[in-house]
Ligand binder design. Structure first.
Ligand code: BYC
Length: 470
C-alpha cells in the first residue's frame, strides 16, 4: 500500500505525487474548495481552535487523530482503503470477473451520475448546517457539529478525487459544479430533495444526522460493493467516518427525549415546554418529517436506474456477501405498489426493486434507533412511544408521491391530509417554539435547558473539556 504523505499539500494515500497532472488539477481545485468553505461553511468559527479528529491515514490508529485545529487548516485528504488483490465483481452481470480499475466506456455516464449525486450531498449538508454554530446547546455539541462538517468536506474531496482521476474534463467540470450548486437555492439547487431542506435548528440537525446521514451509510455501503474498485475503496473508508455522524444524531435525539421526560416529571402539569424543554409529540413530528424526507433519498420503489446500476456491477446491495444469489435474474421482491389508485401487494422483479430492498434495510436500522429512544422513555417511567411512520407517509419521490397517507399507512384524501397535517408534521408554531429555545451555551460542561448532557465526552475526555476555544 502507498504510504500516507501528510506533508504534501493534499494528504493522501493514493501516491498523488506520482501523477503530476492529477496533482496539479487537484491543487488548482483546492483553493476553490477553501473559498467555498469560507463562504458557505460554518458561519463565525473559522478562526477558533476546535478539538477535532483528523484522518491522517487509513490504519486504525491513523484515522482518529485528535487535536485542536482551526477549521480552514483541517487536513482534508484523499484516503482509499488498501486494494485487495484478486478482488472480483460481487454481483450483477459481471459477477466473478476481476473488478475494474478504470471506468468502462459503456458505464461512464451512469457511474459519473452516481459519483456526482453522492458528492453533491456532502457540501449540501455543510451549507444546510452553516448557521447552527450560533445556537449550540453546549461546547460538546458545537464541536460535534464542526466534526461532522469537516468530514463532509473530506467526503466531497473523496468524490472529487474520483471525478478528477477517472472522468477527464467532464469530471473537472462536475467538480466545479459541486462547489457552485447551493442548498435550497431555487436557481441552482442541490440534486436530492432532503439536501435543499432547511436545517434551521438543532432538533432538525439531530434528526438529519440520525436519518439523513443514515441514508449515507446505506448508499455508501451499496457503493462500497462496486465493481469499479476505486469507488468501492473510497466508500469503505468514508463509512468509518459516517458512523460518528449517526452517533451524533441518535444520541442527540436521545438526550432531547431524556430531558423531555425529566421535565415532564418536574412540571406539575407534566408539560416540558413550561420548563424550556421540547415535548415528545413535537419530537415525533420532527421524526416524521426527517424520516420521510430521508426515505425519498432511496429513489423510486421500482427503478430501472437501480436495475441498470446493479446489472453493471456499479451499485450493489447492503452487505452483498450476506446473500447467496448475486445475479438476481428471475427472482422477485414482494412489496406494496399502487395500481389504479389502490395499494396492492405484488412481486416485482428483484433488480427493479433494489431501491426498495435497500430502503427496507435502512428502515430496520432506523427502527433499532427508535427502540433505543423508547427504552430511554421507559426507563424514565413515562408512558409514551415514538414511532416510525409508514414508508408511504409524506413521500415526495417514488410511487407514494402525490398520494396521501396517515403515519399509520391509511390511504386518505388530500383534504383530510391537509386538515390533519399539523398533527403529524411540524407546523409554523412548532418551528417558532423550537427556534425560541435556541440560545448558545458556551460555558464548558453546561447544557441548554432542552437537552440532557451526553453520557461521556469525546476521546475519553470529560464533558467539561473545552472542546472549542470560544
Ligand atoms: N430527490 O430511478 P429513480 C449522504 C431522481 S446521503 C430528487 O427513482 P434512482 C449524506 C433521480 O436522480 C447518500 N431527485 O431513482 C447524508 C432520477 O433523476 P434522473 C447520497 C431524486 O436513480 C448526510 C429520477 O429521480 N448518495 O451521503 O435509482 C450528509 C428517477 O430516479 C430523488 C447517493 O444518493 C430525490 N430524493 O435512485 C451528507 C448515492 N430520488 O436521473 C451526505 C448515489 C431520485 O432521471 N445516488 N431522484 O434525472 C444514487 O444511487 C441514486 O441517484 C439515488 C436515486 C438512490 C439517489
Amino acid at each position: 500500500m502507498t504510504a500516507v504523505l501528510t506533508d504534501e499539500k493534499i494528504p493522501n494515500n493514493v501516491n498523488l505525487g506520482g501523477d503530476k497532472r492529477l496533482q496539479r488539477a487537484l491543487e488548482a481545485w483546492q483553493p476553490q474548495f477553501i473559498d467555498w468553505w469560507k463562504a458557505m461553511g460554518p458561519v463565525g468559527w473559522q478562526d477558533r481552535d476546535i478539538y477535532l479528529r483528523t484522518a491522517i491515514s487509513v490504519e486504525t490508529e491513523g484515522w482518529a487523530h485528535f487535536d485542536y485545529v482551526k477549521m480552514p487548516d483541517y487536513r482534508w485528504g484523499i484516503f482509499l482503503e488498501p486494494k485487495q488483490d484478486g478482488r472480483t465483481h460481487g454481483f450483477g452481470d459481471y459477477h466473478g470477473q476481476p473488478v475494474w480499475d478504470e471506468v468502462p466506456g459503456e458505464f461512464r455516464n451512469m457511474l459519473r451520475r452516481l459519483v456526482v449525486t453522492q458528492g453533491d450531498t456532502e457540501p449540501a449538508s455543510v451549507e444546510q448546517q452553516r448557521d447552527l454554530g450560533a445556537t449550540a446547546p453546549s461546547l460538546y455539541d458545537l464541536r460535534n457539529l464542526f466534526q461532522v462538517n469537516v468530514e463532509e468536506g473530506r467526503h466531497l474531496w473523496a468524490m472529487v478525487y474520483l471525478l478528477h482521476t477517472y472522468f477527464g474534463r467532464d469530471g473537472r467540470e462536475e467538480a466545479e459544479e459541486l462547489l457552485a450548486r447551493r442548498s435550497g437555492n431555487a436557481d441552482k439547487p442541490r440534486i436530492l430533495g432532503a439536501f435543499n431542506e432547511p436545517t434551521s435548528h438543532w432538533l432538525s440537525f439531530f434528526m438529519f444526522t440520525m436519518f439523513t446521514d443514515r441514508d449515507g451509510k446505506y448508499q455508501l455501503s451499496a457503493l462500497a460493493e462496486s465493481g469499479f474498485d476505486p469507488l468501492a475503496r473510497t466508500c469503505r473508508f468514508m463509512l468509518t467516518e459516517e458512523a460518528h455522524h449517526m452517533f451524533v444524531g441518535e444520541t442527540g435525539v436521545q438526550r432531547v427525549v431524556k430531558r423531555a421526560c425529566e421535565l415532564m416529571k418536574q412540571d406539575p402539569n407534566g408539560d416540558p415546554r413550561a420548563l424550556g424543554g421540547i415535548d415528545l409529540p413535537t419530537i415525533q413530528k420532527y421524526l416524521n418529517l426527517w424520516y420521510s424526507l430521508s426515505l425519498d433519498l432511496f429513489g423510486g420503489e421500482v427503478s430501472s436506474n437501480a436495475a441498470d446500476a446493479f446489472a453493471a456491477g456499479l451499485k450493489g446491495r447492503y452487505k452483498e456477501d450476506r446473500y447467496d444469489e448475486h445475479k438476481l435474474v428471475g427472482s422477485h421482491f414482494a412489496m406494496d405498489v399502487l395500481e389504479a389508485g389502490k395499494v396492492v401487494h405484488k412481486d416485482i422483479p428483484m433488480r427493479n426493486a433494489l431501491n426498495e430492498v435497500l430502503r427496507t434495510e435502512y428502515i430496520k436500522d432506523c427502527q433499532r434507533g427508535v427502540d433505543r429512544w423508547n427504552k430511554t422513555i421507559k426507563d424514565e417511567g413515562i408512558a409514551f412511544e415514538l414511532r416510525l411512520p409508514s414508508n408511504k407517509f409524506h413521500r415526495q419521490i417514488g410511487m407514494w408521491a402525490g398520494q396521501c397517507f396517515t403515519p399509520d399507512g391509511a390511504h386518505i384524501d388530500a383534504e383530510t391530509f391537509a386538515a390533519r397535517r399539523a398533527e403529524w408534521l411540524p407546523a409554523d408554531a412548532d418551528e417558532r417554539y423550537i427556534k425560541s429555545l435556541m440560545h448558545p451555551v458556551y460555558e464548558p460542561g453546561k447544557m441548554a435547558s432542552w437537552i440532557a448532557p451526553p453520557q461521556k465526552g469525546i476521546n475519553g475526555l470529560p464533558n467539561e473539556f473545552v472542546y472549542v476555544r470560544v
